[in-house]
Write a protein that binds this ligand. Structure first.
Ligand code: GTP
Ligand code: K
Ligand code: MG
Length: 426
Protein backbone atom coordinates (compact mmCIF):
# COMPACT_ATOMS: atom_id res chain seq x y z
CA UNK A 1 0.00 0.00 0.00
CA UNK A 2 1.27 3.45 -0.82
CA UNK A 3 1.81 5.58 2.24
CA UNK A 4 -0.91 8.16 2.74
CA UNK A 5 0.27 11.68 3.47
CA UNK A 6 0.80 12.54 7.10
CA UNK A 7 -0.88 15.84 6.58
CA UNK A 8 -3.79 14.96 4.42
CA UNK A 9 -5.31 18.45 4.25
CA UNK A 10 -4.92 18.51 0.48
CA UNK A 11 -6.77 15.33 -0.40
CA UNK A 12 -10.39 14.65 0.23
CA UNK A 13 -11.14 10.94 0.27
CA UNK A 14 -14.23 8.78 0.01
CA UNK A 15 -15.02 5.10 0.41
CA UNK A 16 -17.81 2.68 1.02
CA UNK A 17 -17.87 2.20 4.78
CA UNK A 18 -20.63 -0.40 4.89
CA UNK A 19 -20.50 -4.06 3.86
CA UNK A 20 -20.36 -5.84 0.52
CA UNK A 21 -22.83 -4.84 -2.18
CA UNK A 22 -25.64 -5.35 -2.86
CA UNK A 23 -26.95 -4.47 0.59
CA UNK A 24 -29.96 -2.73 2.06
CA UNK A 25 -28.01 0.46 2.67
CA UNK A 26 -24.63 1.62 1.40
CA UNK A 27 -22.80 4.25 3.42
CA UNK A 28 -20.23 6.35 1.59
CA UNK A 29 -17.99 8.34 3.85
CA UNK A 30 -16.21 11.48 2.69
CA UNK A 31 -13.41 13.08 4.69
CA UNK A 32 -11.31 16.18 4.04
CA UNK A 33 -11.43 19.86 3.25
CA UNK A 34 -13.69 19.38 0.21
CA UNK A 35 -16.28 17.21 1.96
CA UNK A 36 -18.60 20.18 2.45
CA UNK A 37 -18.33 21.28 -1.16
CA UNK A 38 -18.96 17.70 -2.35
CA UNK A 39 -21.99 17.27 -0.11
CA UNK A 40 -23.48 20.57 -1.26
CA UNK A 41 -22.80 19.70 -4.89
CA UNK A 42 -24.59 16.34 -4.62
CA UNK A 43 -27.27 17.00 -2.01
CA UNK A 44 -27.85 20.74 -2.22
CA UNK A 45 -28.46 22.39 1.14
CA UNK A 46 -26.32 21.13 4.06
CA UNK A 47 -28.26 19.44 6.87
CA UNK A 48 -27.79 20.56 10.48
CA UNK A 49 -24.46 19.24 11.81
CA UNK A 50 -24.72 15.62 13.06
CA UNK A 51 -28.39 15.33 12.09
CA UNK A 52 -29.56 13.16 9.25
CA UNK A 53 -31.72 14.67 6.50
CA UNK A 54 -33.42 13.21 3.48
CA UNK A 55 -32.02 14.55 0.20
CA UNK A 56 -32.20 13.83 -3.48
CA UNK A 57 -28.65 13.35 -4.71
CA UNK A 58 -27.99 14.81 -8.15
CA UNK A 59 -25.01 14.96 -10.41
CA UNK A 60 -25.17 17.52 -13.22
CA UNK A 61 -28.97 17.39 -13.28
CA UNK A 62 -29.04 13.58 -13.20
CA UNK A 63 -30.75 12.06 -10.13
CA UNK A 64 -28.35 9.49 -8.59
CA UNK A 65 -30.45 8.31 -5.66
CA UNK A 66 -32.49 9.52 -2.75
CA UNK A 67 -31.12 8.97 0.71
CA UNK A 68 -30.09 10.25 4.12
CA UNK A 69 -27.08 12.52 4.36
CA UNK A 70 -25.09 13.63 7.39
CA UNK A 71 -22.68 16.47 7.88
CA UNK A 72 -19.98 16.46 10.58
CA UNK A 73 -17.90 19.66 10.61
CA UNK A 74 -14.30 19.42 11.87
CA UNK A 75 -12.82 19.03 14.39
CA UNK A 76 -15.41 16.99 16.33
CA UNK A 77 -15.35 14.10 13.87
CA UNK A 78 -13.82 10.65 13.84
CA UNK A 79 -11.08 11.70 11.42
CA UNK A 80 -10.65 15.19 12.84
CA UNK A 81 -11.51 16.57 9.39
CA UNK A 82 -14.76 17.72 7.80
CA UNK A 83 -16.77 14.57 7.24
CA UNK A 84 -19.91 13.71 5.29
CA UNK A 85 -21.91 10.51 5.01
CA UNK A 86 -24.25 9.46 2.24
CA UNK A 87 -26.68 6.66 3.12
CA UNK A 88 -27.76 5.26 -0.22
CA UNK A 89 -29.56 2.26 -1.65
CA UNK A 90 -26.94 -0.46 -1.58
CA UNK A 91 -26.65 -1.30 -5.26
CA UNK A 92 -23.43 -1.41 -7.23
CA UNK A 93 -24.81 0.99 -9.83
CA UNK A 94 -25.83 3.63 -7.29
CA UNK A 95 -22.48 3.43 -5.52
CA UNK A 96 -20.53 3.51 -8.80
CA UNK A 97 -22.49 6.55 -10.00
CA UNK A 98 -21.75 8.34 -6.72
CA UNK A 99 -18.09 7.42 -6.92
CA UNK A 100 -17.92 8.83 -10.45
CA UNK A 101 -19.57 12.08 -9.34
CA UNK A 102 -17.19 12.42 -6.39
CA UNK A 103 -14.19 11.80 -8.65
CA UNK A 104 -15.40 14.52 -11.00
CA UNK A 105 -15.48 16.84 -7.98
CA UNK A 106 -11.76 16.15 -7.46
CA UNK A 107 -12.05 13.62 -4.62
CA UNK A 108 -10.32 10.27 -4.62
CA UNK A 109 -11.01 6.78 -3.31
CA UNK A 110 -9.41 6.17 0.11
CA UNK A 111 -6.66 3.64 0.73
CA UNK A 112 -7.50 0.80 3.14
CA UNK A 113 -7.40 2.21 6.66
CA UNK A 114 -6.92 5.78 5.48
CA UNK A 115 -9.78 7.21 7.53
CA UNK A 116 -8.28 5.66 10.64
CA UNK A 117 -4.83 6.87 9.64
CA UNK A 118 -6.14 10.42 9.51
CA UNK A 119 -7.82 9.93 12.89
CA UNK A 120 -4.43 8.88 14.26
CA UNK A 121 -2.56 11.83 12.77
CA UNK A 122 -5.18 14.27 13.93
CA UNK A 123 -4.91 12.96 17.48
CA UNK A 124 -8.40 11.43 17.45
CA UNK A 125 -7.03 7.99 18.35
CA UNK A 126 -3.78 6.73 19.78
CA UNK A 127 -1.81 3.97 18.18
CA UNK A 128 -2.83 1.27 20.63
CA UNK A 129 -6.45 2.18 19.99
CA UNK A 130 -5.89 1.85 16.25
CA UNK A 131 -4.30 -1.55 16.80
CA UNK A 132 -7.22 -2.51 19.00
CA UNK A 133 -9.65 -1.36 16.32
CA UNK A 134 -7.87 -3.42 13.66
CA UNK A 135 -8.20 -6.47 15.90
CA UNK A 136 -11.79 -5.66 16.75
CA UNK A 137 -12.69 -5.63 13.06
CA UNK A 138 -10.92 -8.98 12.65
CA UNK A 139 -12.13 -10.54 15.92
CA UNK A 140 -13.59 -14.02 15.53
CA UNK A 141 -13.70 -15.25 19.10
CA UNK A 142 -15.09 -13.77 22.29
CA UNK A 143 -11.65 -13.49 23.92
CA UNK A 144 -10.33 -11.63 20.87
CA UNK A 145 -13.28 -9.24 20.91
CA UNK A 146 -12.94 -8.45 24.63
CA UNK A 147 -9.22 -7.82 24.38
CA UNK A 148 -9.59 -5.67 21.26
CA UNK A 149 -12.32 -3.55 22.88
CA UNK A 150 -10.15 -2.91 25.93
CA UNK A 151 -7.26 -1.82 23.74
CA UNK A 152 -9.47 0.25 21.46
CA UNK A 153 -10.80 2.06 24.50
CA UNK A 154 -7.36 3.17 25.57
CA UNK A 155 -6.39 0.54 28.15
CA UNK A 156 -2.79 0.35 26.92
CA UNK A 157 -1.83 4.04 27.24
CA UNK A 158 -3.68 4.20 30.59
CA UNK A 159 -1.61 1.32 31.93
CA UNK A 160 1.64 2.69 30.56
CA UNK A 161 0.97 6.17 31.91
CA UNK A 162 0.10 4.69 35.30
CA UNK A 163 3.38 2.77 35.41
CA UNK A 164 5.25 5.87 34.29
CA UNK A 165 3.94 7.99 37.13
CA UNK A 166 4.65 5.27 39.68
CA UNK A 167 8.17 5.02 38.33
CA UNK A 168 8.56 8.77 38.76
CA UNK A 169 7.41 8.46 42.38
CA UNK A 170 9.86 5.63 43.00
CA UNK A 171 12.69 7.64 41.47
CA UNK A 172 11.85 10.55 43.72
CA UNK A 173 11.82 8.29 46.81
CA UNK A 174 15.13 6.94 45.65
CA UNK A 175 16.78 10.33 45.19
CA UNK A 176 15.57 11.23 48.67
CA UNK A 177 17.15 8.04 50.08
CA UNK A 178 20.47 8.91 48.42
CA UNK A 179 20.56 12.18 50.36
CA UNK A 180 20.40 10.32 53.69
CA UNK A 181 23.04 8.18 55.39
CA UNK A 182 22.95 5.14 57.62
CA UNK A 183 19.61 4.04 59.06
CA UNK A 184 17.55 6.37 56.91
CA UNK A 185 19.25 5.08 53.82
CA UNK A 186 18.31 1.50 54.70
CA UNK A 187 14.74 2.55 55.40
CA UNK A 188 14.61 4.46 52.13
CA UNK A 189 16.00 1.48 50.26
CA UNK A 190 13.33 -0.79 51.72
CA UNK A 191 10.59 1.62 50.77
CA UNK A 192 11.57 1.95 47.15
CA UNK A 193 12.37 -1.74 46.95
CA UNK A 194 8.81 -2.58 47.87
CA UNK A 195 7.53 -0.08 45.33
CA UNK A 196 9.69 -1.42 42.55
CA UNK A 197 8.75 -4.99 43.46
CA UNK A 198 5.08 -4.51 42.76
CA UNK A 199 5.75 -2.48 39.62
CA UNK A 200 8.17 -5.14 38.43
CA UNK A 201 5.62 -7.89 39.01
CA UNK A 202 2.97 -6.03 37.00
CA UNK A 203 5.27 -5.25 34.10
CA UNK A 204 6.64 -8.77 34.09
CA UNK A 205 3.11 -10.17 33.93
CA UNK A 206 2.13 -7.79 31.12
CA UNK A 207 5.23 -8.65 29.11
CA UNK A 208 4.75 -12.39 29.48
CA UNK A 209 1.03 -12.44 28.71
CA UNK A 210 0.26 -13.86 25.31
CA UNK A 211 0.89 -10.94 22.96
CA UNK A 212 -1.98 -9.43 21.03
CA UNK A 213 -0.82 -11.04 17.82
CA UNK A 214 -0.85 -14.47 19.50
CA UNK A 215 -4.43 -13.99 20.50
CA UNK A 216 -5.06 -13.28 16.85
CA UNK A 217 -3.09 -16.17 15.42
CA UNK A 218 -3.13 -18.76 18.18
CA UNK A 219 -0.68 -19.79 20.92
CA UNK A 220 2.31 -21.56 19.39
CA UNK A 221 2.92 -25.09 20.66
CA UNK A 222 6.11 -26.74 19.39
CA UNK A 223 6.50 -30.52 19.52
CA UNK A 224 10.20 -31.27 19.88
CA UNK A 225 12.35 -34.31 20.55
CA UNK A 226 14.70 -36.83 18.98
CA UNK A 227 14.04 -38.49 15.63
CA UNK A 228 11.40 -41.23 15.63
CA UNK A 229 10.10 -40.15 19.03
CA UNK A 230 6.62 -39.99 17.50
CA UNK A 231 6.37 -36.20 17.14
CA UNK A 232 4.56 -36.27 13.81
CA UNK A 233 2.24 -39.03 14.99
CA UNK A 234 1.34 -36.98 18.06
CA UNK A 235 0.99 -33.84 15.93
CA UNK A 236 -1.48 -35.65 13.67
CA UNK A 237 -3.40 -37.03 16.63
CA UNK A 238 -3.80 -33.55 18.18
CA UNK A 239 -4.58 -31.93 14.84
CA UNK A 240 -7.15 -34.60 14.05
CA UNK A 241 -5.82 -35.19 10.56
CA UNK A 242 -2.81 -36.66 8.79
CA UNK A 243 -1.07 -33.36 8.17
CA UNK A 244 2.48 -34.65 8.67
CA UNK A 245 4.21 -37.68 7.16
CA UNK A 246 4.88 -40.48 9.63
CA UNK A 247 7.38 -43.29 9.00
CA UNK A 248 9.79 -45.50 10.89
CA UNK A 249 12.70 -43.76 9.15
CA UNK A 250 14.51 -41.40 11.52
CA UNK A 251 14.68 -37.94 9.98
CA UNK A 252 11.33 -38.08 8.20
CA UNK A 253 10.25 -34.56 9.14
CA UNK A 254 12.57 -31.83 7.95
CA UNK A 255 10.49 -28.74 7.57
CA UNK A 256 8.39 -27.03 10.17
CA UNK A 257 4.72 -28.01 9.79
CA UNK A 258 1.93 -25.98 11.36
CA UNK A 259 -1.68 -26.82 12.08
CA UNK A 260 -4.13 -24.37 13.68
CA UNK A 261 -6.40 -26.08 16.22
CA UNK A 262 -8.84 -24.94 18.89
CA UNK A 263 -9.19 -26.65 22.25
CA UNK A 264 -11.92 -25.34 24.57
CA UNK A 265 -12.26 -22.30 22.31
CA UNK A 266 -8.60 -21.37 22.68
CA UNK A 267 -6.73 -21.02 19.39
CA UNK A 268 -3.40 -22.85 19.17
CA UNK A 269 -0.93 -23.32 16.35
CA UNK A 270 0.57 -26.80 16.61
CA UNK A 271 4.09 -27.08 15.25
CA UNK A 272 5.76 -30.32 14.18
CA UNK A 273 9.53 -30.17 13.87
CA UNK A 274 12.49 -32.19 12.64
CA UNK A 275 13.96 -34.71 15.09
CA UNK A 276 16.84 -33.21 17.05
CA UNK A 277 20.16 -34.91 16.32
CA UNK A 278 23.60 -34.25 14.84
CA UNK A 279 22.46 -34.64 11.26
CA UNK A 280 24.91 -35.33 8.42
CA UNK A 281 22.44 -34.58 5.68
CA UNK A 282 22.65 -30.81 5.01
CA UNK A 283 18.89 -30.48 4.45
CA UNK A 284 18.14 -32.28 7.69
CA UNK A 285 20.62 -29.98 9.45
CA UNK A 286 18.59 -26.98 8.29
CA UNK A 287 15.48 -28.72 9.59
CA UNK A 288 17.11 -29.27 12.98
CA UNK A 289 18.15 -25.64 13.21
CA UNK A 290 14.58 -24.57 12.38
CA UNK A 291 13.28 -26.95 15.00
CA UNK A 292 15.48 -25.27 17.62
CA UNK A 293 14.26 -21.83 16.51
CA UNK A 294 10.63 -22.94 16.85
CA UNK A 295 11.38 -24.39 20.25
CA UNK A 296 12.63 -20.97 21.33
CA UNK A 297 9.77 -19.01 19.80
CA UNK A 298 6.92 -21.19 20.97
CA UNK A 299 4.98 -20.20 24.06
CA UNK A 300 4.45 -23.83 24.95
CA UNK A 301 6.53 -26.83 24.07
CA UNK A 302 5.74 -30.51 24.20
CA UNK A 303 9.12 -32.09 24.87
CA UNK A 304 9.59 -35.75 23.91
CA UNK A 305 13.24 -35.94 24.97
CA UNK A 306 14.08 -38.62 27.54
CA UNK A 307 15.57 -36.00 29.83
CA UNK A 308 12.79 -33.42 29.33
CA UNK A 309 12.17 -31.21 32.35
CA UNK A 310 8.76 -29.76 33.11
CA UNK A 311 8.55 -26.03 33.61
CA UNK A 312 6.05 -23.20 33.17
CA UNK A 313 6.09 -23.58 29.40
CA UNK A 314 7.12 -27.19 28.94
CA UNK A 315 5.10 -30.39 29.07
CA UNK A 316 7.45 -33.38 29.32
CA UNK A 317 5.94 -36.33 27.49
CA UNK A 318 6.92 -39.99 27.31
CA UNK A 319 5.64 -41.09 23.93
CA UNK A 320 4.64 -44.57 22.69
CA UNK A 321 3.43 -45.47 26.18
CA UNK A 322 1.59 -48.46 24.64
CA UNK A 323 4.82 -50.39 24.38
CA UNK A 324 7.46 -48.48 26.34
CA UNK A 325 7.63 -47.94 30.06
CA UNK A 326 7.06 -44.22 30.49
CA UNK A 327 9.25 -42.15 32.79
CA UNK A 328 7.34 -41.62 36.03
CA UNK A 329 7.92 -37.84 36.00
CA UNK A 330 6.62 -37.50 32.41
CA UNK A 331 3.11 -37.51 31.04
CA UNK A 332 2.57 -40.94 29.44
CA UNK A 333 1.04 -40.58 25.99
CA UNK A 334 0.32 -43.02 23.21
CA UNK A 335 -0.87 -41.73 19.89
CA UNK A 336 -1.64 -45.35 19.03
CA UNK A 337 -4.14 -46.21 21.76
CA UNK A 338 -4.93 -42.61 22.73
CA UNK A 339 -3.84 -42.75 26.37
CA UNK A 340 -2.74 -39.43 27.85
CA UNK A 341 -4.09 -37.37 24.94
CA UNK A 342 -6.98 -35.91 26.96
CA UNK A 343 -4.64 -35.01 29.81
CA UNK A 344 -2.21 -33.44 27.33
CA UNK A 345 -5.00 -31.28 25.95
CA UNK A 346 -6.08 -30.30 29.47
CA UNK A 347 -2.53 -29.23 30.26
CA UNK A 348 -2.29 -27.22 27.04
CA UNK A 349 -5.48 -25.39 27.96
CA UNK A 350 -4.30 -24.78 31.54
CA UNK A 351 -0.99 -23.36 30.33
CA UNK A 352 -2.71 -21.21 27.75
CA UNK A 353 -5.06 -19.80 30.38
CA UNK A 354 -2.03 -18.81 32.41
CA UNK A 355 -0.69 -16.66 29.61
CA UNK A 356 -3.97 -15.37 28.19
CA UNK A 357 -5.29 -12.08 29.54
CA UNK A 358 -7.71 -12.45 32.42
CA UNK A 359 -10.63 -10.18 33.27
CA UNK A 360 -9.45 -6.57 32.99
CA UNK A 361 -6.02 -7.50 31.65
CA UNK A 362 -4.85 -6.31 28.32
CA UNK A 363 -2.42 -7.72 25.78
CA UNK A 364 0.41 -5.83 24.15
CA UNK A 365 1.65 -5.82 20.57
CA UNK A 366 5.19 -7.01 19.99
CA UNK A 367 6.83 -3.59 19.93
CA UNK A 368 5.38 -2.72 23.33
CA UNK A 369 6.46 -6.04 24.76
CA UNK A 370 10.04 -5.53 23.69
CA UNK A 371 10.07 -2.15 25.42
CA UNK A 372 8.41 -3.68 28.49
CA UNK A 373 11.12 -6.32 28.69
CA UNK A 374 13.69 -3.51 28.58
CA UNK A 375 11.86 -1.72 31.40
CA UNK A 376 11.72 -4.94 33.40
CA UNK A 377 15.46 -5.57 32.92
CA UNK A 378 16.29 -2.07 34.17
CA UNK A 379 14.09 -2.59 37.23
CA UNK A 380 15.83 -5.90 37.93
CA UNK A 381 19.22 -4.17 37.64
CA UNK A 382 18.02 -1.37 39.87
CA UNK A 383 17.33 -4.01 42.52
CA UNK A 384 20.49 -5.96 42.05
CA UNK A 385 23.13 -3.25 42.14
CA UNK A 386 24.37 -2.55 45.66
CA UNK A 387 24.70 1.18 45.18
CA UNK A 388 21.72 3.52 45.42
CA UNK A 389 23.25 5.91 42.93
CA UNK A 390 23.53 3.14 40.36
CA UNK A 391 20.02 2.00 41.15
CA UNK A 392 18.77 5.51 40.50
CA UNK A 393 20.43 5.45 37.10
CA UNK A 394 18.71 2.17 36.19
CA UNK A 395 15.39 3.62 37.27
CA UNK A 396 15.98 6.59 35.00
CA UNK A 397 16.68 4.22 32.14
CA UNK A 398 13.52 2.28 32.88
CA UNK A 399 11.67 5.59 32.72
CA UNK A 400 13.20 6.45 29.36
CA UNK A 401 12.26 3.02 27.99
CA UNK A 402 8.66 3.58 29.09
CA UNK A 403 8.69 7.09 27.58
CA UNK A 404 9.78 5.57 24.29
CA UNK A 405 6.66 3.40 24.20
CA UNK A 406 4.39 6.21 25.32
CA UNK A 407 5.88 8.56 22.75
CA UNK A 408 5.50 5.96 20.03
CA UNK A 409 9.13 5.55 18.93
CA UNK A 410 9.48 3.71 15.65
CA UNK A 411 5.92 4.63 14.80
CA UNK A 412 6.34 5.21 11.07
CA UNK A 413 7.89 1.78 10.54
CA UNK A 414 4.84 -0.13 11.52
CA UNK A 415 2.06 2.13 10.30
CA UNK A 416 1.87 0.72 6.79
CA UNK A 417 1.72 -2.83 8.05
CA UNK A 418 -0.96 -1.83 10.54
CA UNK A 419 -3.15 0.07 8.09
CA UNK A 420 -2.75 -2.69 5.54
CA UNK A 421 -4.85 -4.80 7.91
CA UNK A 422 -7.81 -2.48 7.60
CA UNK A 423 -10.52 -2.86 5.05
CA UNK A 424 -11.43 -0.13 2.62
CA UNK A 425 -13.63 2.55 4.11
CA UNK A 426 -12.31 2.26 7.67
N1 GTP B 1 3.51 -48.08 19.08
C1 GTP B 1 3.56 -46.79 18.80
N2 GTP B 1 4.24 -46.37 17.74
C2 GTP B 1 4.30 -45.05 17.48
C3 GTP B 1 3.62 -44.12 18.29
N3 GTP B 1 3.87 -42.88 17.80
C4 GTP B 1 4.65 -43.05 16.72
N4 GTP B 1 4.92 -44.35 16.51
C5 GTP B 1 5.73 -44.93 15.46
O1 GTP B 1 7.05 -44.42 15.57
C6 GTP B 1 7.61 -44.18 14.29
C7 GTP B 1 8.08 -42.77 14.16
O2 GTP B 1 6.96 -41.89 14.23
P1 GTP B 1 7.01 -40.40 13.69
O3 GTP B 1 5.74 -39.77 14.13
O4 GTP B 1 7.35 -40.37 12.27
O5 GTP B 1 8.22 -39.86 14.55
P2 GTP B 1 8.91 -38.42 14.47
O6 GTP B 1 9.32 -38.09 15.85
O7 GTP B 1 8.02 -37.46 13.79
O8 GTP B 1 10.17 -38.74 13.59
P3 GTP B 1 11.08 -37.73 12.71
O9 GTP B 1 10.15 -36.83 11.96
O10 GTP B 1 11.82 -38.65 11.83
O11 GTP B 1 11.93 -37.01 13.67
C8 GTP B 1 6.52 -44.54 13.29
O12 GTP B 1 6.76 -45.83 12.81
C9 GTP B 1 5.25 -44.47 14.10
O13 GTP B 1 4.25 -45.33 13.61
C10 GTP B 1 2.89 -44.59 19.41
O14 GTP B 1 2.29 -43.87 20.20
N5 GTP B 1 2.88 -45.93 19.63
K1 K C 1 10.14 -40.83 11.62
MG1 MG D 1 8.28 -36.33 12.16
Amino acid sequence: MAAAPNNPAGDTIFALSSGALPSAIAIIRISGARARMALEALAGRLPQPRQSALRTLCDAGDVLDEGMVLWFPAPRTVTGEDLAELHLHGSRAVVEACYAALRRLGLRLAEPGEFTRRALFNGKMDLAAVEGLADLLAAETESQRRDAIRRQRGAVPRLLAGWRSRLTLISAAMEAAIDYDGEEEVAGQCAWSALTDSLLAEIERAATLAPAERLRDGIRVAIVGPPNAGKSTLFNALAGRDAAIVSDIAGTTRDVIEAPIAIDGIPFVLIDTAGLREAVDPIERIGVSRALDEEDLAQIRIDLRDDAQEDARTIAVSSKADFRTPRPEHLAVSALDGRGLDELQRRLVAMARGILPGEGEVTFERRYREALFAVRDELVFAHRVPDLVLSAEHLRRAGRALDAVLGGDGLEDMLDALFGRFCLGK
